[in-house]
Each structure stands twice: as structure tokens, then as C-alpha cells.
Design a binder for this molecule. Structure first.
Ligand code: SDX
Length: 435
């Protein structure tokens, strides 16, 4: 662990108190950290960082983002190379194990995932408790959380074997559950997974095939789906991953932790932005209304924001948006939709925004969610399924971080403190004496 050996010391001088020496640790790349674990004991004070903009919550070796350079690496490999040369199953192996697999390791991993894709038959009953028009993310939170009621042999987080089985089950069953949520919403029968199909083709098969006829998706679409999963697989300590880590730090079972991550991802500021970005493009409707919406995005009195733009970490273009835009071209060409007006509108909006001082000054660029909705709708997904797909792809990242945290011998329950500004102690007043 890099936190085993300090590279230096930071001294905090607090008026009226003795100086506090705090160890400094360096990572393999990126900002060093000041270890404040003993700050409260030595000073009686907390740090204050509500949005965690300057806080490292953990040590991790999984994903590194350089926000200024606009780069994203999974275990040291760039997202651009992985999106181009790898596939989602190989990326899952990489994120979970830290190295790219040999052919034998890859085949074994894929076989393990494949043979966990079916869900307990009684799980189907859960869906029938939801309204058909329930948002599929509500279904995902409920059904994924309920997996802990069915798989009792993979709940003991202190057992590495059970953690491995739970990891395979989650990665393997998310596509099956996501497809079931979609089928339920449109009143079509659930389609069982097939062991002869690749992960992404199997998902498309369970989502779009019907018992009445053959289904053979365009290989370009299958490749695009797989690449979209790779682009969304992990992103260091984002809100939903931090949620999974915090839930896991209490010892909650893996299915409950992933359900918590799904719930957090749902928000429009996070994974819900892909659904919101496409709704925004549909609302803008035409190029001549772009200026009106940019003015609204800049107006502090208007809650409207340019969905799919901006990022807490990237202060340059999100490298995933670049790959997503390229994939957009490929999919729309394959579907003979290269004149798709929404795609043209999105590219025009991006061009105008990136020439606008407000966005340039604040380093607001398109993020992963800006183009993804255009592709997903072209493939045939309703907008309500967009964040479900994000949660499907991100499950491997959540699981990788959960395993990394649980395996850390220094891991403790996460328990932040606060700056209290409420009433100080006061006596109870009986109701008949209250004014
Ligand atoms: C994801 O964290 C991750 O890694 C997340 C993610 C992942 O893979 O896990 O990358 C996935 O969630 C991508 C982000 C998707 N969200 C959106 O596209 C929603 C729109 N974006 C914004 O809500 C916003 O940019 C955030 C939430 C993404 C980031 O918010 P921050 O870091 O808290 O930035 P901020 O709100 O402090 O904004 C800084 C300034 C503000 O203006 P000033 O007060 O300085 O004048 O930029 C403005 C903001 O008003 N601003 C925007 C804007 N985003 C920021 N103005 C208009 N439109 C926007 N989209």
C-alpha cells in the first residue's frame, strides 16, 4: 500500500493550538494525499469538504482519471485502446483481477459468467408486483436488492470464495434482469439467456427477440453495445461507486450494496443524465433554438443545465464522449440513419457551446452521457432504459471496488462527521406552555 510509507509531512498551524504534523503519501500517478486520520485526535477539529472535491476517500488501484488531460485508464490501459481493441468481458476480467487475461483465463472467465446468466425462476414473480409503467430503474433497485433473498450461498463477505461467486452472479445476471425489466414494461414474455451467445449479443437477444421469430442483430450494433458497456464499466470514486463502498463498509451483502449503487446512479446529475440529455435534445428540437437553451443554461435563476455537459473531474473533453461520438456515426450509418436530426443537433449544440465563453471559462465539455442516448435510441431502447444500461455496465466497476475495499485489512466502516450549526442543548417545553 502506498500509505505504508510517507513521502513527507504537512504541518497544519491552527491558531491557539500546537502545530499538527500530517503524513503525505504519493500515488503511482496523480495528486498526493495528506493523511488527516489523526487530525481530530490531535487538534479537536474536522476538515470540511461536503462535495468531496478535495478528498480522497480511499486508496485504489483500479481506475485513474486525469481530469485536466481528459484521460481515463482502467488498470493502466487507456479507455481509447480498450474500446478499440478489447471487449467488455476482457475489461471485466481486467478490472476485477488487475491484469489482462491469457486466452485460457479469458475463456474460463467467460464460461463462469455465461453459466450464471439465468436467474432463479421465482425471481420473475417480483416483476409482476410492479406496474407495467414503473420506471425500470425502480425495478432494478428492487429486484437486484432481492437477489440476496435467493442466493444465500454468496452472502458471507468474509469468505473470498463467496465474494467471487457473488461477483460472477451480479455481472452475469444484470443483463438478464435488465432485459426482463424491459420486457415486462412492454408486455412481452421474458426471454431466457443463451449460452452460445456473447455477453452483449445475449443481452440484445433477451431484450429484443420474441419467441415468434429469429433474431439476428447487426454485428455493428453488437460491437457498439459491447463498446458502450466498456465505456461505462468504471470511473473511480464517482457518486454511485462511493455509495457502494460506503454500503459495503458496514458489512452489507453484495446484492444490497449494488442495489444502493443503482439507486444513486439514477439521479439526473449522475447516471440519469443520459436519459435527461436526450430529453433535452428532443425539447430543443431544432438548431435555431440552441441559443435560447444556452442562455437558460447560463442563467443562474434558471435550474436548467445542459445535460450531458460538465463533469466534477474532467476539465477537458471526457474521452468517453469522443469514442461515443465515433460509435454514434458507426451505428447511425449501419442503420442508415446518418441524417438523424437529433445527432446533427447534438453536434451543432456541442460546437456552439464549446465556442461560448461561459462553457469555455468553466471548462464544461460533453461527458459520457451526451451522445450515448442517441445511439441507444437508434438501437431501439426507450429513454427509460438508458440508465439501466449504465447500471448494467457499471456493475463490474462497483463489484471491483467493493472487492478491493473488503480485501483491504485496514478497512473500517465509513462514518463522516459534520459541522453542526443547529440549536445547542435546551430543556423540553410541555405542549401547553408553547407559544
Ligand atoms: C456522470 O463522477 C463521475 O465520474 C460520474 C460519471 C461516471 O462515469 O460515473 O462520469 C457519470 O455522472 C457524468 C455527469 C452527468 N451529469 C450531467 O451531464 C448533468 C449536467 N452536468 C452538471 O449537473 C454538472 O456538470 C455535474 C453535476 C456533472 C458536475 O457538477 P459540479 O462538479 O458540482 O460542478 P458545479 O455544479 O460546481 O459547476 C461549476 C460551474 C457552475 O457555474 P458557476 O456557479 O461557477 O457560475 O459550472 C456550471 C455551474 O452552474 N455548470 C453548468 C453545467 N455543469 C456545471 N452550467 C450549465 N450546464 C451544465 N451542464
Amino acid at each position: 500500500m502506498s500509505t505504508d510509507k510517507a513521502s513527507g509531512t504537512a504541518t497544519l498551524n491552527i491558531p491557539g493550538k500546537d502545530p499538527v504534523d500530517l503524513p503525505v503519501y504519493d500515488g503511482s500517478v496523480g495528486p498526493s494525499v495528506i493523511d488527516i486520520r489523526k487530525l481530530y485526535a490531535n487538534s479537536g477539529m474536522f476538515t470540511f469538504d461536503p462535495g468531496f472535491t478535495s478528498t480522497a476517500s480511499c486508496e485504489s488501484a483500479i481506475t485513474y482519471i486525469d481530469g485536466d488531460a481528459g484521460t481515463l485508464n482502467y488498470r493502466g490501459y487507456t479507455i481509447d485502446e480498450l474500446a478499440e481493441k478489447s471487449n467488455y468481458m476482457e475489461v471485466c476480467y481486467l478490472l476485477l483481477n488487475g491484469e489482462l487475461p491469457t486466452k485460457a483465463q479469458y475463456d474460463e472467465f467467460v464460461k463462469n459468467v455465461t453459466y450464471h446468466t439465468m436467474v432463479h425462476e421465482q425471481l420473475a414473480n417480483f416483476f409482476h408486483g410492479f406496474r407495467r409503467d414503473a420506471h425500470p430503474m425502480a425495478v432494478m433497485v428492487g429486484v437486484v436488492g432481492a437477489l440476496s433473498a435467493f442466493y444465500h450461498d454468496s452472502l458471507d463477505i468474509s469468505d473470498p470464495h463467496q465474494r467471487m461467486v457473488a461477483s460472477f452472479r451480479l455481472i452475469a445476471k444484470m443483463p438478464t434482469i435488465a432485459a426482463m425489466a424491459y420486457k415486462y414494461s412492454i408486455g412481452q414474455p421474458f426471454v431466457y439467456p443463451r449460452n452460445d451467445l456473447s455477453y452483449s449479443e445475449n443481452f440484445l437477444h433477451m431484450t429484443f427477440s420474441v419467441p415468434a421469430e429469429e433474431y439476428n442483430p447487426d454485428p455493428v450494433i453488437v460491437r457498439a453495445m459491447d463498446r458502450i458497456f466498456t465505456l461505462h464499466a468504471d470511473h473511480e470514486q464517482n457518486a454511485s461507486t462511493s455509495t457502494v463502498r460506503l454500503a459495503g463498509s458496514s458489512g452489507a451483502n453484495p446484492f444490497a450494496c449494488i442495489a444502493a449503487g443503482i439507486a444513486c446512479l439514477w439521479g439526473p446529475s449522475h447516471g440519469g443524465a443520459n436519459e435527461a440529455a436526450l430529453a433535452m435534445l428532443d425539447e430543443i428540437g431544432s438548431v435555431d433554438r440552441i441559443e435560447e437553451y444556452l442562455a437558460r443554461a447560463k442563467d443562474k435563476n434558471d435550474p436548467f443545465r445542459l445535460m450531458g455537459f460538465g463533469h466534477r473531474v474532467y476539465k477537458n473533453r471526457d474521452p468517453r464522449a469522443t469514442v461515443m461520438q465515433k460509435t454514434c456515426h458507426e451505428v447511425l450509418d449501419a442503420l442508415d440513419m446518418h441524417d438523424d436530426p437529433v445527432f446533427k443537433l447534438a453536434m451543432k449544440l456541442e460546437k456552439i457551446a464549446l465556442e461560448d465563453e461561459y462553457f469555455v471559462e468553466r471548462k464544461l465539455y460533453p461527458n459520457v452521457d451526451f451522445y450515448s442516448g442517441i445511439i441507444l435510441r437508434a438501437i431501439g431502447f426507450p429513454t427509460s432504459m438508458f440508465t439501466v444500461l449504465f447500471s448494467l455496465a457499471r456493475t463490474v466497476g462497483w463489484v471491483a471496488h467493493w472487492n478491493e475495499m473488503i480485501s483491504d485489512p485496514t478497512q473500517r466502516i465509513g462514518r463522516p462527521r459534520q459541522l453542526y450549526t443547529g440549536p445547542t442543548a435546551r430543556p423540553f417545553v410541555p405542549m401547553d406552555q408553547r407559544g
